[in-house]
Design a protein around this ligand. Structure first.
Ligand SMILES: [Zn+2]
Length: 106
């Protein structure tokens, strides 16, 4: 298995996991609110937390998809801003990182 195959498999696995998470969050958010006012207040707080989780899952899904496209295009590992290498350690930690440390910091 080549490096890019390995990374692609890793990204696809992460994508599947995130999609499941996003679906679960979505399903929870669609549950009808309780009739009891106190329960409803608690549920609304929970919904806000879920919405934030859902948003971050969707953002990560977009980032993973973008990384898969960069693999296809042969630009994976290059910073999307300056074109310099993103860095092996950075990609090891976050395989879909689009920017090098300098551009990400800026
Ligand atoms: Zn850069």
């Amino acid at each position: 298995m080549s490096d890019s195959d390995r990374i692609r498999a890793q990204l696809n696995a992460r994508l599947a996991q995130l999609t499941t998470e996003a679906k679960e969050i979505d399903a929870e958010l669609r549950e009808p609110d309780s009739a009891d006012a106190e329960d409803r207040a608690i549920e609304q707080e929970g919904d806000e937390v879920l919405e934030r989780l859902g948003e971050s899952a969707l953002k990560e899904i977009a980032a993973v998809r973008a990384a898969l496209k960069r693999i296809e295009a042969g630009t994976y590992g290059s910073c999307t801003v300056c074109g310099e290498p993103v860095g092996e350690k950075r990609l090891e930690a976050v395989p879909y990182a689009p920017r090098c440390i300098n551009c990400a910091a800026g």
